[in-house]
Design a protein around this ligand. Structure first.
Ligand code: FE
Ligand code: CA
Length: 532
């Protein structure tokens, strides 16, 4: 049933007062403890300058996001009071067929962000939404619900990661905003916590604040700054997002509480609590994901009919500390050349609870594809140091070999042959067949990994496009160093991933072009290049 009438229909007078509804006399504002009337809005400027977003779609609902922030870089610019924000959800772009209308409180202790959890929608359906405060309307966003259980209808999604604001413009997002995709998966490094001022940091724009982040206000301001980017706003307004984080939302390469003997635990806990709260506030995540103190429950699943289950990982919050240095030759496993330290089963990247949760979900029947939304490189990757010795990244799954082996063994034992891992962090595109164990990179793969490059991080670098041929890594099929993102077209039989890149992020380049396409056939782990 479509609602009719004006914005203010069906809203309680109490909420309407806080929302500056037009049915009240001019602008009336109701604080938590006091009531006062104003002849003008209690803030100057557009409260919706950070745009709108949606996320975590289900068959009958989606989370809608905005933030009241008329002064985004100056603390938001809102009085320390509760405000009501109205929203409309429509079945059409012109908002003629309104299907939901309501209001929700924006709280000062949540930086006046809005997380409106809309239910009762139709499955597999596009919707348009917008917010209103007083007489000011936000831009309209488009979103969609997930298909119903049983559906095997094809989908198209994108995955993105690593958007260092100082390193470049977000032209890739302008391109993504124009794509016909059902979902965007964000694999982390949504913000970068550094000052952006280091001598080796390529800088085309300045961070604000121009300092490393420590306090809640710091993190809020940085999130707000990123959200001022028009191309990022366009991508959020165009598609629902499924978001997880990596390290830079809190601290470079952190592990759990990143125990630093020089810092009191309470200081680290307070900083992580600030980083996590600001992340939740600025993401289209449901309230059930809101952090409690230093802990935030982020790993979760998203079901896309019977076509795909997205297992969204958090490989930061529960991991064991990284080994700090590469080990000497005497401490290496002679066959694999991994440090014996990273082979220890006492060290993990998932934590026991998340690993049990992953195994339970990945073995559950129903979905044609298991898509693991993951932060750091999953398949092994042998690198050469300056002395031409083989070394491994200690921050990726290569630093937690025993934990990875548990996953690989589980896939093999359960005969699960439909797992694809999507990964960010590395600031490059890559395709890697995932070998069955850490000693035989050329073994028959048990899964396939698609790594997406950064939106902007690392700025422009030589593209270095290579299609396999590395004797140290026979399972590696593709590498490319454009900035950009990946789209995936998925049906029950075929995974088809298109790697896209922009020519430069030093200027705003709003067009990405296809670089290569790799496909995986369901039931046959491992990729092959298409169209050649
Ligand atoms: Fe990154
Ligand atoms: Ca990272």
């Amino acid at each position: 049933m479509a609602l009719t009438g004006n914005w203010d229909g069906r809203i309680s007078r109490r909420t309407l007062l806080r929302a500056g509804g037009s049915a009240t006399a001019a602008y009336v504002l109701l604080g938590r403890s006091a009531t006062r009337a104003c002849a003008a809005p209690p803030f100057a400027g557009d409260p919706f300058g950070l745009g709108v977003a949606s996320g975590d779609p289900t068959p009958d609902g989606v989370v809608l996001w905005t933030r009241l922030a008329p002064d985004p870089l100056g603390g938001g610019g809102m009085p320390e009071e509760v405000f009501g924000v109205r929203f409309e959800v429509a079945a059409d772009e012109d908002f003629r067929k309104i299907v939901r209308r309501g209001a929700i409180e924006a709280l000062p202790e949540e930086a006046h962000t809005v997380h409106a959890e809309i239910g009762g929608l139709e499955p597999d359906t596009p919707y348009w939404y917008r917010f209103k405060w007083g007489t000011t309307e936000s831009r309209a966003g488009r979103t969609r619900t997930a298909p119903p259980p049983g559906s095997e209808a094809p989908m198209r999604f994108a995955f993105v990661s690593c958007q260092n604001y100082t390193n470049g413009f977000f032209g890739a997002y302008a391109d993504l905003a124009e794509q016909d995709v059902d979902l965007v998966v964000h694999l982390g490094d949504y913000i970068y916590e550094g000052s952006g001022l280091g001598p080796t940091n390529p800088r085309v724009r300045d961070h604000w604040p121009k300092a490393e982040l420590f306090t809640l206000n710091d993190y809020r301001t940085r999130h707000a700054q990123y959200r001022t980017d028009m191309d990022l706003q366009a991508a959020h307004a165009a598609h629902p997002f499924l978001m997880t984080w990596d390290d830079h939302e809190f601290k470079d390469n952190y592990a759990n509480l990143d125990l630093d003997p020089n810092q009191p635990l309470a200081t680290v806990e307070a900083r992580r609590a600030a980083a996590y709260l600001a992340y939740w506030e600025h993401a289209p995540l449901p309230r059930s994901r809101k952090p409690v103190g230093k802990d935030m429950p982020l790993f979760r699943r998203l079901q896309w009919g019977n076509l795909a289950t997205f297992h969204v990982l958090d490989t930061r919050q529960y991991r064991s500390d990284q080994l700090d240095v590469q080990c000497p030759a005497a401490q290496r496993d002679p066959t694999s050349r991994y440090c014996t330290g990273v082979l220890q089963s006492t060290r993990g990247i998932l934590g026991a609870a998340q690993r049990d949760w992953l195994f339970e979900g990945i073995a559950a029947p129903g979905a044609a594809w298991n898509v693991v939304a993951n932060q750091v490189g999953f398949a092994p990757l042998a690198r050469r140091n300056t002395r031409n010795e083989i070394v491994f990244s200690l921050d990726s799954w290569d630093g937690y070999v025993a934990d990875r082996q548990l996953v690989l063994d589980f896939l093999a034992q359960q005969s699960l042959r439909n797992t694809v891992v999507i990964t960010g962090d590395a600031h490059q595109h890559s395709v890697r067949n995932v070998p069955p164990d850490f000693r035989s990179f050329d073994g028959t793969p048990v899964a396939t990994e698609f790594m997406g490059t950064s939106i902007s991080s690392e700025s422009d670098t030589p593209f270095n496009t290579v299609f396999g041929g590395d004797p140290d890594n026979p399972h590696r099929l593709f590498d490319d160093h454009h900035r950009g993102y990946v789209t995936v077209t998925l049906d029950p039989q075929l995974w088809s991933a298109e790697f896209r890149g922009v020519e430069s992020v030093a200027t705003r380049t709003p067009v990405a072009t296809p670089l290569a396409t790799f496909v995986v056939e369901n039931g046959v782990p491992g990729a092959r290049r298409a169209g050649v």
